[in-house]
Write a protein that binds this ligand. Structure first.
Ligand code: UD1
Length: 417
């Protein structure tokens, strides 16, 4: 069993370079199979989700080369096969093969997706979208069977601006006959990244990044190239760490607009940052003002940053409130923060955080990916040694997290026990 061991309270300086976005690349890789040719992705993060998706492409008889952050996916010989449970369960985003296979072959057979246990996470909006495009959807045991004689453009309204449903419907609709409109579409930057790749492959998608996306179907998609955008959640996590422990810590390779909500909240807490084009230089202030945060869809405060941010709120002088509005179960990390000395009361999806409380190192667990990130933040500021269990969750989403933190002065290592 792998564990992360952190000796806390070391100041951090130097530079952390942000990797390509997990939530983009997990959609860009399935999108590539819609091409009949070669698709090249730059800035691909080397995380376990990426590896799981390569396994699925290879199972479908696609060819993948992945070297030095550049991935080439050749889909000339792609075949339609069942995506088995051992692969589908490895990550949430395996569900993008539903849209991609349906768009390409008009048939997809795929087992239920996996992913973090942060709520019920239904995919009814994806399924309804496929049905609107003309598909029939069956559930057989733990497997979806999705088929269509032909796919026809449709007007699809999403009850909730779901990232996954927006991307999956785009993937299914790019090769449909006629025009599809997705209204109340999600506006996250990852959606723009996927639409840009599809357009580079020959698709006709407009409006990505707004709440109405128009997709004019085309009959063929060919080669395409894309840079994976920087991971705004990774950037946000290291910026929070910088606010706590930075001494002129530089976070480079960011897109400021993508983390605007976080930066604004950090300023409200009294954190000074120097932002220059694609980087932030941050130093920890002597004290933090308490604030309230409420997670929302983009451009609101990202749900994936709520848990790491709640650790910072334990260091503010006074009462802060963290309200989660996207998922039912984002408070898995709280019991471990309490064990470390935090004063937090949880009522359903709201945490009341009373600071400032010193944290003490102890044994904790990563109950999900972002809870794990929160534990890393907590371990870095705690007195003494923090040992984190179940770290596979963390390694799924943060490329080279140990090396990146060691390089700026953190005492952190992975041990096998
Ligand atoms: C994606 C991200 C995840 C992030 C989330 C919100 C990936 C791989 N994951 O997840 O890191 O936290 O966006 O920014 O990109 N919902 C339904 N029915 C559906 C789809 C969603 O009820 O068919 C609900 C979900 O249960 C959840 C909310 O909508 O409460 C948001 O889900 P969604 O935006 O789809 O998130 P994911 O795509 O799963």
């Amino acid at each position: 069993m792998k564990q992360l061991v952190i000796e806390g309270q070391h100041k951090l300086s130097g530079e952390i370079k942000i990797s390509g976005a997990k939530n983009s690349v997990v959609a860009l890789i399935p999108a590539a199979i819609l091409s009949d040719d070669e698709v090249k992705l730059y800035n691909v993060p080397n995380i376990s989700d990426t590896k799981a998706l390569i396994d699925i492409i290879e199972l479908l008889n696609g060819k993948v080369t992945y070297d030095d952050e550049v991935m080439i996916i050749n889909s000339q010989n792609i075949e339609n096969k069942v995506v088995p449970e051992n692969l589908s369960k490895k990550l949430r985003a395996s569900y993008y093969f539903m849209g991609a296979l349906l768009g390409k072959f008009h048939y997809a057979e795929i087992y239920f997706p996996g992913g973090c246990n942060i709520g019920s996470r239904p995919i009814d909006l994806h399924i309804n979208g496929f049905k609107k495009l003309g598909a029939e959807v069956y559930i057989e045991g733990n497997k979806y069977i999705i088929k269509a004689d032909k796919l026809k453009g449709a007007r699809i309204y999403l009850d909730f601006a779901s990232v996954g449903a927006t991307i999956n419907i785009m993937l299914a609709a790019v090769k449909a006959e006629g025009t599809t409109y997705i209204s109340n579409a999600a506006k996250e930057p990852e959606i723009v990244n996927v639409a840009t790749l599809l357009n580079n492959m020959g698709a006709r998608v407009s409006g990505a990044g707004t709440n109405e996306i128009k997709i004019e179907g085309v009959s063929k998609l060919s080669s395409g190239v894309i840079d994976v955008i920087p991971d705004r959640i990774e950037a946000g996590t290291y910026t929070i760490i910088g606010a706590l422990l930075g001494q002129d810590l530089k976070i480079s390779g960011i897109i400021e607009d993508h983390i605007d909500a976080l930066l604004s909240k950090l300023r409200e807490m009294g954190v000074n940052m120097y932002i220059d084009k694609n980087s932030i230089i941050i130093s920890s202030p002597h004290e933090f003002k308490p604030i309230n945060i409420k997670t929302l869809v983009f451009p609101g405060f990202a749900t994936d940053l709520g848990q790491p941010m709640s650790v910072l709120l334990t260091q503010a002088d006074g009462i802060s409130i963290f309200e989660e509005t996207i998922y039912e179960n984002r408070m898995g990390h709280v019991k471990y923060l309490q064990k470390m000395g935090a004063n937090i009361k949880v009522n359903d999806r709201t945490a009341i955080i009373i600071g400032k409380t010193p944290l003490k190192g102890t044994e904790v667990s990563a109950t999900d990916l972002r809870a794990g990130a929160a534990m890393v933040v907590a371990g870095l500021i705690a007195e003494g040694k923090t040992t984190i269990n179940d770290i596979e969750h963390i390694l799924r989403g943060y490329e080279k997290i140990v090396e990146k933190l060691q390089n700026v002065g953190a005492k952190i290592e992975v041990i096998e026990s």
